[in-house]
Write a protein that binds this ligand. Structure first.
Ligand SMILES: Nc1ncnc2c1ncn2[C@@H]1O[C@H](COP(=O)(O)OP(=O)(O)OP(=O)(O)O)[C@@H](O)[C@H]1O
Ligand SMILES: [Mg+2]
Length: 358
């Protein structure tokens, strides 16, 4: 972890913009500021920004409502335009690798190499076979640039661009530490995207972005009950919604519960395909525990479905578990209702100004 002041964590998600400012303290992760501004259903679709003006306005509102004056921030990208692969290459020095990496990336990435930003991490050196394992990360420049540009348009200074799955891992490591001798999976299920990250012996061994999330449940409720999106969303969150929320529904129709269970199961099936792929190709130990987070992890049916399909214990992980409120400006009720949605913003807020990595 670098030095200097923490950056403001800015998560531009399909359901809304979340911003967090933290100060690491002896008591835990000191939360100084928190902001959440919802976005309409069409502003970001599958990680693609459709309505730039709406997102810029939401960013500005999030900063002003949360009373954040600091402009330096960390943002992240996710979605299908990020490719993460574990590859094996001949053993070489760091300097050689720096020169060789573009060429190696070209062999593994289905995009034009000119359009992507490549990053990598050496996972393991295997002198016995003169090989080494690398984690190769490629994100399309246009998406990174789009997100950075959105932040700049909102008068912010984006200093770091991370990837959702790694941001969540950073926060999990901060919160719980990574088990040295086990394989775990971290799954962040959002509105339109889900990220899966399998961490084996303390390092990420496999990640995948799944184009599925809570919106699919809302849309199915909308379709089957012939109600508008907002009403369907309120039905979906019914059991847990805020009593002062004008969208709150008294009684949730039985059909809604069935839809939640059926669609959760289809999301779990997609997750399971990735888990199977990992277990079949890695030859590594089995996954011992799955942690689910993200707004959709508020639905108990999701964890149940993932556990039923994977036969691995599933725990709903609250990314706020180490958070202590350190400033009067923090809205405690907001922190509570949005807790599951804050893994990316909090993970980004751990990044420091003086880190060199992009
Ligand atoms: N209490 C709740 N019960 C059920 N679903 C909820 C609840 N709270 C939030 N959600 C759902 O969680 C999703 C938003 O989660 P999250 O904030 O993690 O996603 P996002 O980051 O905005 O989206 P994405 O990562 O897909 O761009 C929405 O689909 C929302 O309906
Ligand atoms: Mg998200």
């Amino acid at each position: 972890m670098g030095e200097g002041r923490n950056l403001v964590g800015v998560d531009i998600g399909a359901s809304g913009v979340k911003v967090c400012q933290v100060k690491e303290s002896r008591r835990g992760l000191g939360l100084m500021r928190l902001g959440f501004v919802p976005l309409g259903a069409q502003a970001i679709v599958d990680g693609q920004v459709m309505d730039q003006a709406a997102v810029i306005e939401a960013l500005q509102r999030a900063f002003s409502e949360a009373k954040i004056r600091q402009k330096e921030c960390a943002v992240s990208v996710s979605g299908q335009s990020v490719i993460i692969r574990k590859i094996t290459i001949p053993m070489m020095s760091d300097a050689q690798l720096g020169e060789q990496i573009q060429w190696e990336a070209e062999q593994h990435i289905p995009f034009d190499i000119k359009d992507v930003q490549v990053d990598y991490q050496v996972l393991r050196k295997r002198p016995e076979t003169s090989q080494m394992d690398l984690l190769l990360v490629a994100a399309k420049r246009d998406q990174i640039e789009d997100y950075a540009q959105l932040a700049r348009s909102a008068k912010l200074k984006p200093m770091v661009c991370d990837i959702d799955a790694f941001t969540v891992q950073n926060l999990f490591e901060y919160s719980r530490g990574l088990p040295a001798d086990q394989t775990i999976a971290l799954i962040n299920v959002g509105a339109s995207l889900s990220s899966l990250n399998i961490i084996s012996n303390g390092v990420s061994a496999f990640t995948r972005e799944i184009a599925n999330g809570g919106n699919v449940i809302t849309e199915e409720i909308q379709r089957q009950l012939s109600v508008p999106f907002d009403q369907a969303e309120a039905y979906k969150c019914g059991g847990t919604s805020d009593p002062d929320d004008p969208n709150r529904v008294g009684m949730v129709p039985q059909q809604v519960i069935q839809i939640i269970e059926a669609v959760s199961d289809s999301i779990a099936a997609e997750i399971q395909r990735s888990l199977d792929f990992y277990v079949a190709t890695s030859g590594e130990a089995e996954i011992s525990r799955i942690y689910v987070t993200g707004g959709t992890a508020n639905l108990a049916a999701l964890g149940t479905a993932v556990q039923r399909r994977s036969r691995v214990p599933v725990e709903a992980w609250a990314p706020t578990e180490k958070v202590v409120i350190e400033a009067r400006e923090v809205n405690a009720a907001l922190l509570q209702t949005r807790a599951a949605q804050l893994a990316v913003a909090l993970g980004l807020a751990l990044r420091k100004e003086k880190e060199a990595r992009s």
